[in-house]
Design a protein around this ligand. Structure first.
Ligand code: HEM
Length: 397
């Protein structure tokens, strides 16, 4: 069966303001593998494919042999250096085992007290007396960045600079000179910190990365810097938007807000349902290593494949009323953190940040509600989704 985008009236979706779920819904029903001309993936000469159903998303992500991650090196890899997201097979396993050591449970517990709670308290302290805020501007866009800098061991006074380099590296494909300069500057900045941690380890992620050792293997410098350059885009941009989506869900449904304020045991369900309903990362990239097929659709070797994890999360064969946010939905795995070899390394950290952050907001900003004078809240975007603003009022402390 050839799947052609024209059979279901494929439309280009705006990267920043787009609403892709209706199109993915039509695709799951009529054309589960969308074939397009590949210009979106930077390969106009070659077809590219979008995978939209749960079962296909799961099997593609679990088959790293047929669907390689190496495509991730092409664009952003030039600026980030050696990138875990772009590795396959043995090389990926060895690197991941070493890096995973830094995210072990005992570290998470420690970070809760040393990095996560202080960051959210500081930001809430600033707005609590005011009775009015934009939770995106004042809290969610700042909190995960600060947490990652504290975890890595970058002095908090430099976190703005670190954040700026990270953004410039991330937009490197659009502005290559700026991206390369930021990549070099971040490395030069980190070199003395890495050297100091080699001499005298401290209780931070930098020390863990430098000293991690399995069977005599250690991370090379290139892999350490590659990992550090990835951490803010992978860990902060993602968590910040999911936090906004969870708050948007609460603010749009005052009844649900009241229940969660009164019963904090519901916070984990709020987080998991938000990750299913509106994750911040909607898709991950792979490239076919050989001629293959998905759901009967032939895919030739070398074709880019966008695996739409957010569409899998709305697959109506798996979730009833999949488009609705439902706090009482029976617990079931979702695809927000991917699956297979590259499943998100920071997912437990993200969940912890969300749990601590959302609890603190509900504690510190009583009677929290949308600002009646502001415009409504919209979650938007094609590949990354979140609200641009969350104007709220609350009882000032
Ligand atoms: C809610 C927040 C987050 C979401 C939705 C998210 C989503 C994802 C997804 C979908 C992948 C799979 C990529 C692929 O298969 O190609 C991934 C990988 C990854 N994530 Fe996250 N992530 C989040 C938070 C974090 C945090 C807090 C960190 C660390 C500080 C982190 C670090 C990573 C790393 C290092 C990888 C690469 C793993 C590998 O290639 O083996 N993420 N993330």
């Amino acid at each position: 069966m050839t799947q052609d985008a024209s059979v279901f009236e494929y439309e280009e979706i705006d990267f920043v303001t787009g609403q892709p779920y209706p199109q993915w819904g039509r695709a799951r029903e009529r054309c589960p593998v969308i074939q397009t001309d590949g210009s979106m993936m930077g390969t106009p000469e070659r077809s590219s494919y979008q995978i939209t159903r749960w079962n296909d998303v799961e099997s593609v992500l679990r088959d790293g042999h047929t669907f390689s991650s190496s495509i991730n090196a092409e664009h952003i890899g030039q600026f980030m250096g050696e990138l875990i997201l772009a590795m396959d097979g043995k090389e990926h396993r060895a690197y991941r085992n070493l890096a995973a050591h830094a995210f072990r449970a005992s570290q998470l517990e420690r970070w809760g007290a040393t990095a996560i709670e202080p960051a959210i308290s500081e930001f809430l302290e600033e707005i609590a007396p005011l009775g009015r805020a934009d939770l995106v501007r004042d809290i969610t866009s700042r909190y995960p960045v600060r947490v990652i800098c504290a975890i890595v061991g970058v002095p908090v006074s430099d976190s703005q600079q670190f954040h700026q380099w990270s953004e410039q590296i991330n937009t490197g494909p659009l502005h290559p000179e700026v991206g390369m300069a930021a990549s070099r500057a971040m490395r030069e900045y980190l070199e003395p910190l890495v050297a100091a941690r080699r001499e005298r380890p401290q209780n931070d992620l930098l020390s863990d990365l430098v000293h991690a050792e399995i069977d005599g293997e250690r991370l090379t410098d290139e892999k350490i810097y590659g990992f550090l350059r990835l951490l803010l885009p992978a860990g902060a941009e993602t968590t910040f938007r999911v936090m906004g989506n969870a708050l948007a869900a609460l603010l749009a449904q005052p009844g649900v807000m009241q229940r969660v304020v009164a019963d904090r045991e519901l916070i984990p369900a709020l987080i998991e349902e938000t990750l299913r309903w509106e994750s911040s990362v909607t898709q991950v990239s792979r490239v076919a290593t050989t001629d293959t097929e998905v759901a009967g659709c032939p895919i030739s070797a070398g074709s880019p494949v966008a695996v739409i994890t957010a569409s899998a999360n709305h697959d109506e064969t798996r979730y009833e009323r999949a488009e609705e946010f439902d706090l009482d939905r029976p617990a079931q795995n979702h695809m927000a953190f991917g699956t297979g070899q590259h499943q998100c390394l920071g997912m437990h950290l993200a969940r912890l940040e969300l749990r601590v952050g959302l609890n603190a907001i509900l504690d510190r900003l009583p009677n929290l509600r949308l600002d009646p004078e502001a415009e409504g809240v919209v979650i938007e975007g094609l590949a990354f989704r979140g609200p641009v603003q969350l104007p709220v009022v609350f009882d000032p402390a």
